[in-house]
Structure formats: structure tokens, C-alpha cells
Design a protein around this ligand. Structure first.
Ligand code: UDP
Length: 467
């Protein structure tokens, strides 16, 4: 046993930057504000990407990342939903986590994420309380708690339900906008999802990356609806601080932004792994061109899967852009910049030239936009992003949303219309103002005596007393 004087927390993020970033931010808070030391145990099925190692290299010594042994790829079937892959990686990493826990001392809590509920039992074997860090919002958590009963009471596919689902404190939600794993009841991912979320009630407590002023009704309903549920702790918004890392990263796009007029650029990005079909990419390219607005587009080669680059984010850069319409680069060169694969998103969002964000509505990107007051165009692709888009557009009214055709395709004219509306129109003005209000509330709640700060302090105190 290693002697370890500080109370220690073990955090286990699922594979993928979108899971790693928020859990690392949580680790930083625990360390810098509450003096815990933290072990990050990283289950994986592929070697670490450059983006991951650069990101992790900036951590202080008290937060120590360990990549667990790579799960044998032959144990993971091809062509399964990425949630199934993540679930299998976790299942095959249980013994590694068990042996890591047996070599650590003074562990006061194990924190797993949205897919990591199998680790709850391992933590209990060591009499350590297991917590869940829910990387998305209260709306989605409410949906997860209600889903097992929907599964019992609804017999059709959810997208065929005529009426929207109305959850306490939440915006009405049509079945077609439910999270991806629920969209086909026959698919293996459906059962994996159901089994995972049924275990949420076994957590000692659930941290949610949201804040009271953003979702007051949903958070209050989560706290009061059912006394058997774990305690809910809204501790957000926790976003990547954007500090550290390679200082030269993305220098080209930052210098380009420096040369643009203030508040004139639309940032276009689909998260760490989102991809568009070839047809959709063409429409987006032409739509951005037709809008006449300035834009900075993080672009990846098209794919028929919406999360084509999820596990290889930051690598596989293809900067030839041969998939774009002929002559495109020449035509847009005075107004648009294309960046292959990855951009320093925080630096872009905080740049004075940036004034709008066409986003896939991944929750980290959404919170970053909220914190920095950048209004959105919602373009959801996968996971819970359609739910986020509904909440942002219809609930919070901080996003505009282009209308898709029956086939799902969003055409160039519609893209140009909504881009112009956001950047110059009356609706754009309204969502921009609302976004600025939430931005202020977001900063207040994480300030020294803000609500989210207080909630985390309470739990940190409880953990320290248990050490
Ligand atoms: N990100 C970035 N540069 C990129 C793409 C993504 O810095 O080019 C960061 C972004 O700031 C966010 C995270 O990666 O913190 C993506 O998380 P999100 O939940 O938005 O989407 P996901 O990648 O999980 O779909």
C-alpha cells in the first residue's frame, strides 16, 4: 500500500475527449479548491491520441492520469454503436480498476461518468462510496430516470409516439429527439443503455454539469420527485479552462481572427468527432458562402456516420479539402477560414471577432458558449444533442435552429437564412441578449460564493470528514 496523506479521489472517464475534458476540470476543482489528490484511471481501446496526451500533460502532479491497459480489440465487435463500444471497454477494464483501487489508500470517493455504472460495485467492494458525474444537463438526467418506465409502458418505437413527452420542469420532447440509443428498440445499444441507466439509483450521489439558474425547474424536480434517488449536485458549468497545452496550437486561426472586424465571425464546429455526409457538407459549404458572412469552420472529411471521428479526434487531419465543391476555397478566401479537424475552441469563443457558433450542441461546447455569451445555431448530430437543441432553441431561447427537409437534409438556402438571422437579424439579437444574461449567471454561480461553488464545498467537506 502506498502511503497517501491527502484524501484521494479516483475518477474514471469514459473514452473520448468529450468525456475526458469535463472530468479533468472536475478533478482540478477538487485539487485546487479542496486539496484532494486525484487518480484519473483511463479505460481505453485505442492508444492515446495526441490531443489527449497534450491535454493531460498540463496537469499538476497531484492529479495523476493512468491509461489502463488497452482492451483487446478482438473483444469489441465492429459496427456496433459507440455506446456499446464504451460499455465493453468499461466491462473489460473492471479488473484493472479493481487492482488500481487495491494499491491506493485513503480513497474517499470513486467518480464514474455517464457510462461507468459498472464501477459502482467495484467501489463498494472496497467500501468506497461511488458517485456519478453526469456530463450533460438536468433535462437529460430527468429523461434517464424516467426512461425505464417509458420502456415498460410504451410499446411502439418512440419516434412513432404522437404526443411529446412532458417531464417535470422540462420542455416537451418528441420521441424522434430522444437520445440516440433509444431510437431502435431491437438494437443491442438499446438494452445496454437501459441496463446502464437503471443502475443510476445505486450511486451515492450524482454531480450534474449544469447550474440552478439555467435549469431551475428541472433541477428542483430532480431533487424532490422521488426520495429514493441519489442526491443531485448541480456543480456546473465546468468547462475546460483553456490554459496550458501547446501555446502554438491553432495559431493560424487566431491570427486570422485578429484580422477580422470585431463581432463579425461565425464559428462552425461539430465537436471532437462529429462528421457530415458528403451531400450535407456541400449544402453547408454553399450555405455559408451564400450568407456572405465571415466564418471559421473546423472541417473534417465527410462520413456516413455522424460521429465518424469520435475515437480518433485531433488526429487524421486531412487538409487537402478535396471533398469540397470545386473552386470553393478560392471563392471564400476573403471571408472564410477552414481549419482541418481541430481548433482551440475556448480561444476562438473568447476572441472579440467571434459572434456566433454553429454547433453540434455537445454539452461541453454548449456550456462553453453559455459561459462566454456566444449565441448558437443548433445543429445536433448524435448522442443527446437533439435534446440539447430542443432545450436551447425552445426552452432557453439562446439558439436558432435551421429547418431540415423530410429527408433530414438542411439545404444551403436555409443555412444562409439562419446564419444571416443569427448574425444580423432581429431573432439573432434576441438570442444574443438572452445568451449574455445566462453568461453572467454562469459566471456568478461559479464565483467564490456562488451556488455551484457552495454545493461542491459541502460535498468536499463531507469527503474530508470521511478520510
Ligand atoms: N474541442 C476543441 N476543439 C475542436 C473540437 C472540440 O477544443 O476543434 C473541445 C470543445 O471545446 C469541447 C470538447 O472538445 O470542450 C467537445 O465536447 P462536446 O461535449 O461539445 O462534444 P463531443 O466531442 O463530446 O461530441
Amino acid at each position: 500500500q502506498t502511503a497517501n496523506p491527502k484524501p484521494h479521489v479516483v475518477i474514471i472517464p469514459s473514452p473520448g475527449m468529450g468525456h475526458l475534458i469535463p472530468l479533468v476540470e472536475f478533478a482540478k476543482l477538487l485539487h485546487f479548491h479542496h486539496h484532494f489528490s486525484v487518480s484519473l484511471l483511463l479505460p481505453t481501446s485505442t492508444p492515446p491520441t495526441a490531443a489527449q496526451t497534450t491535454f493531460l500533460s498540463t496537469l499538476p502532479p497531484a492529479i495523476s492520469p493512468t491509461f489502463l491497459p488497452c482492451v483487446d480489440p478482438s473483444l469489441i465487435p465492429h459496427n456496433v454503436a459507440h455506446e456499446v463500444t464504451i460499455n465493453l471497454v468499461h466491462k473489460h477494464s473492471l479488473s484493472y480498476v479493481r487492482s488500481a483501487l487495491s494499491s491506493l489508500s485513503n480513497v474517499v470517493a470513486v467518480v464514474a461518468d455517464i457510462f461507468g455504472t459498472d464501477y459502482f460495485d467495484v467501489a463498494r467492494e472496497f467500501s468506497i462510496p461511488p458517485y456519478l458525474y453526469f456530463t450533460t444537463n438536468a433535462f437529460c438526467l430527468m429523461f434517464f430516470f424516467h426512461f425505464p418506465s417509458l420502456h415498460e409502458t410504451v410499446s411502439c418505437e418512440y419516434r412513432d409516439m404522437v404526443e411529446p413527452l412532458v417531464l417535470p420542469g422540462c420542455v416537451p420532447l418528441y420521441g424522434k429527439d430522444f437520445v440516440d440509443p433509444t431510437q431502435d428498440r431491437q438494437d443491442q445499444v438499446y438494452q445496454v443503455f437501459l441496463n446502464t441507466i437503471k443502475r443510476y439509483i445505486f450511486a451515492e450521489g450524482i454531480f450534474v454539469n449544469t447550474f440552478l439558474d439555467l435549469e431551475p425547474a428541472a433541477i428542483n424536480a430532480l431533487k424532490t420527485e422521488d426520495p429514493n434517488r441519489p442526491e443531485i449536485y448541480p456543480v456546473g458549468p465546468l468547462i475546460q479552462s483553456g490554459l496550458g497545452g501547446d501555446p502554438d496550437e491553432g495559431q493560424e486561426c487566431l491570427s486570422w481572427l485578429d484580422r477580422q472586424p470585431p463581432s463579425s465571425v461565425l464559428f462552425v464546429s461539430f465537436g471532437s468527432g462529429g462528421t457530415l455526409t458528403h451531400e450535407q457538407m456541400n449544402e453547408l459549404a454553399i450555405g455559408l458562402e451564400k450568407s456572405g458572412q465571415r466564418f471559421l469552420w473546423v472541417i473534417r472529411a465527410p462520413s456516413n456516420s455522424t460521429f465518424g471521428s469520435f475515437f480518433t479526434q485531433g488526429s487524421n487531419k486531412d487538409d487537402s479539402f478535396g471533398f469540397l465543391p470545386e473552386g470553393y476555397l478560392d471563392r471564400i478566401k476573403d471571408r472564410g477560414l477552414l481549419v482541418p479537424s481541430w481548433a482551440p475552441q475556448i480561444k476562438v469563443l473568447t476572441h472579440e471577432s467571434t459572434d456566433g457558433f454553429l454547433s453540434h450542441c455537445g454539452w461541453n461546447s454548449t456550456l462553453e458558449s453559455i459561459v462566454y455569451g456566444v449565441p448558437l445555431i443548433a445543429w445536433p448530430l448524435y448522442a443527446e444533442q437533439r435534446m440539447n437543441a430542443v432545450m436551447l432553441n425552445e426552452g432557453l431561447k439562446v439558439a436558432l435552429r435551421p429547418k431540415a427537409k423530410e429527408s433530414g437534409l438542411v439545404e444551403a438556402d436555409e443555412i444562409a437564412r439562419v446564419v444571416n438571422e443569427l448574425m444580423d437579424g432581429g431573432e439573432g439579437k434576441k438570442v444574443r441578449e438572452r445568451m449574455k444574461e445566462f453568461s453572467e449567471l454562469a459566471r456568478n454561480t461559479r464565483s467564490e460564493d456562488g451556488e455551484s461553488t457552495k454545493i461542491l464545498s459541502q460535498i468536499a467537506k463531507k469527503w474530508s470528514q470521511n478520510s
